[in-house]
Ligand binder design. Structure first.
Ligand SMILES: [Zn+2]
Ligand SMILES: [Zn+2]
Length: 351
């Protein structure tokens, strides 16, 4: 029996902007807010949602509830390549002939993921985990999958290649609207926020509205890990990029933020300050842990998470270590920690 799509939850944000709550299956985040911007050439979507039949059903029903349909979509602007944002872009393009626009750095991730051989990727992951001090029991399942040829298909393997590049600082080609791209690397290397440079429809004071993707959310801190680029030689500083991007977004002085999860909110400067001080606290906490040299894995075990380390599921530990590494790399860039390499494992200590 085909499942009935859940009733679409659409919100009118005024001034020709709407959102559709598109569910993310089996995920505590719950949903992606897909935004629709009316233009003189038809609706343009900001993000599309997870690639799943029920999500597709909700997206198309949502478009109908807004008096349009998926075949009328003129363009898709993707804030970043993650599957809860870019998952359905290809299907929207097939149904409508819409263009898909993405920043070049995230388009490169999409291309790499599509071309990556799962085996090569697993080898890279095993070597990387061993290098950050992951215990053998964490790496063994990956080695076994590699040896048996049973490799889980990862979301993103079939992600759509964009047809247009989002160039930072440029206005997007939206007939009758002023939507400017702002490059906000950190959560991903090519994350963008989109600044709708039009007066707020309810006359809220401030400089228009911002589609913030995952960069600025009202109640969640986005994951900041390494950029997962096998060719990256250890120079990238994703947390540094993120904090810079946050400050720039804070200075825009927008009246309202329309994020891709949770709900719309005002007073973004206060939220930016909260996030900046959260990361500052985290960095000084880490610094005190590094009075003895630790591997990124040991550091992750000692950091504070939303639950005690033994209760963190397997897959999330890999993500947590990547986050620990992004923080320690920031400390290294600031000259407050240094790398000690020995017996094939990297350790960090405070300086
Ligand atoms: Zn994301
Ligand atoms: Zn997301």
């Amino acid at each position: 029996m085909p499942q009935e799509p859940a009733a679409p939850q659409v919100t009118d944000h005024g001034g020709g902007v709407h959102s559709i709550k598109v569910p993310i299956p089996d995920n505590p985040l719950g949903h992606t807010l897909v935004h629709l911007v009316e233009t003189d050439r038809g609706p343009v979507l900001v993000d599309t949602g997870w690639d799943d039949p029920a999500s597709w059903g909700t997206l198309t029903a949502g478009l109908q509830a807004l008096g349009t349909e998926v075949s009328a979509v003129h363009g898709v602007v993707v804030t970043h390549h993650h599957p809860d944002h870019h998952g359905l872009s290809g299907q929207v393009r097939e149904a409508s002939g819409a263009w898909i626009a993405m920043h070049a750095a995230d388009a490169a991730v999409v291309r790499r993921t599509r071309e990556a051989e799962p085996g090569v990727w697993l080898d890279y992951l095993c070597a990387k985990l061993a290098g950050v001090g992951a215990p053998e029991e964490h790496i063994a399942p990956l080695r076994e999958a590699r040896a048996s040829g049973r490799m889980r298909t990862l979301p993103g393997l079939r992600a759509a290649l964009p047809d247009r590049e989002i160039v930072p600082g440029d206005l997007l080609p939206l007939a009758g609207r002023r939507l400017r791209a702002i490059w906000t690397p950190g959560h991903t290397p090519g994350h963008v926020c989109l600044h709708l440079e039009e007066a707020h429809p309810s006359q809220l004071p401030g400089n228009g509205r911002l589609f913030s993707g995952d960069h600025l959310l009202p109640g969640i801190t986005p994951h900041i890990g390494l950029y997962e680029d096998p060719d990256e030689a250890g120079a990238a500083d994703p947390l540094g990029d993120y904090l810079d991007s946050l400050e720039r977004i804070g200075r825009l002085g927008v009246a309202e933020v329309l994020p891709a999860h949770q709900h719309a909110f005002t007073e973004p400067a206060a939220r930016v300050r909260e996030l900046l001080s959260h990361h500052e606290d985290r960095l000084s906490g880490l610094l005190s842990l590094l009075s003895t040299p630790l591997t990124p894995w040991q550091l992750a075990e000692r950091m504070e998470w939303n639950r005690p380390w033994p209760q963190i599921p397997y897959g999330s530990r890999t993500i947590a270590v990547s986050e620990a590494e992004a923080h320690v790399r920031r400390l290294e860039k600031l000259g407050r920690a240094e790398r000690v390499v020995g017996d094939g494992v990297v350790r960090y200590r405070a300086v």
